[in-house]
Design a protein around this ligand. Structure first.
Ligand SMILES: Nc1ncnc2c1ncn2[C@@H]1O[C@H](COP(=O)(O)OP(=O)(O)OP(=O)(O)O)[C@@H](O)[C@H]1O
Ligand SMILES: [Mg+2]
Length: 231
């Protein structure tokens, strides 16, 4: 689809996001209900930039841009190797298919698969399913399958947060998809290749995820920071 403005391929004017995080607005792609486009909330980057020390400001705003980070994260060695080996289905078993950057009327966006449930509704977040509740056995199995996939593929993620995972029943059983938080931006990529390093990194992320899941279900009146210290 084209509109009057040259170079803009996706027109998001007059559309409302179906969801938003602290950093991005998520829109259903106007021409494809199975895809979403995520644009940066501009006020957010400026605010984060202002909070930086002068030394870090020199590095510019690119590293604060979640879309730039996400593009880079999809190029990580574990994903590149699996795709090169023809293991597409393994990569996309728990990650929305990723279509790269696209120009929109609200600036550059990252385009990816919009994860829906069998009934066509947008998949709910894991957070919404477990906050203040017990995890059902079915959901626990889905969580375990997701963790096994992380350990097997050695795909690196940031801290795993339940609002960045969605849960779908579209395959006939519950499955988790990581919709945000891919990559390990603080880690030099060369390190990730050192023997045993990625296994240990992923084991730490999974252990922290377990603490987070326990906190989401019953925080016992503690903040997330205090809860972690007490474990
Ligand atoms: N591919 C997707 N399929 C279904 N829902 C999605 C998808 N991507 C994002 N969402 C929904 O939109 C919300 C916000 O998206 P996302 O986490 O990418 O934004 P963000 O601003 O980067 O988040 P954060 O606040 O964690 O930085 C998610 O929590 C989820 O509910
Ligand atoms: Mg998010």
């Amino acid at each position: 689809m084209r509109n009057d403005q040259p170079g803009i391929h996706v027109d998001l004017s007059n559309l409302s996001p179906f969801a938003q995080g602290a950093n991005r607005y998520c829109f259903q792609h106007p021409n494809n209900p199975d895809r979403c486009v995520k644009v940066i909330r501009p006020e957010n980057i400026k605010a984060r930039y202002r909070r930086q020390s002068p030394v870090k400001r020199v590095l510019g705003t690119a590293r604060l841009n979640d879309n730039t980070q996400e593009l880079k994260a999809h190029g990580q060695p574990a994903i590149r190797q699996l795709l090169r080996a023809g293991e597409e289905n393994t990569v996309w078993a728990h990650l929305p298919r990723f279509y790269g950057s696209v120009e929109t009327s609200l600036g550059p966006a990252n385009e990816s698969e919009l994860i829906r449930c069998a009934d066509g509704s947008v998949a709910p977040t894991l957070e919404s399913l477990i906050r203040g509740k017990k995890v059902t056995p079915e959901l626990q199995e889905a969580i375990s399958r997701f963790e096994a996939w992380l350990a097997e593929t050695r795909i690196l993620t940031r801290n795993l947060l339940p609002h960045n995972l969605v849960v779908t029943d579209r395959s006939g059983q519950l499955e988790l998809f990581l919709v945000d938080g891919l990559g390990a931006p603080t880690i030099p990529q060369a390190l990730a290749g050192a023997p045993g390093w990625s296994e240990r990194y992923i084991a730490r992320k999974i252990a922290r995820f377990h603490t987070r899941l326990a906190w989401e279900q019953d925080n016992q009146g503690f903040s997330w920071e205090d809860f972690q210290r007490l474990r």
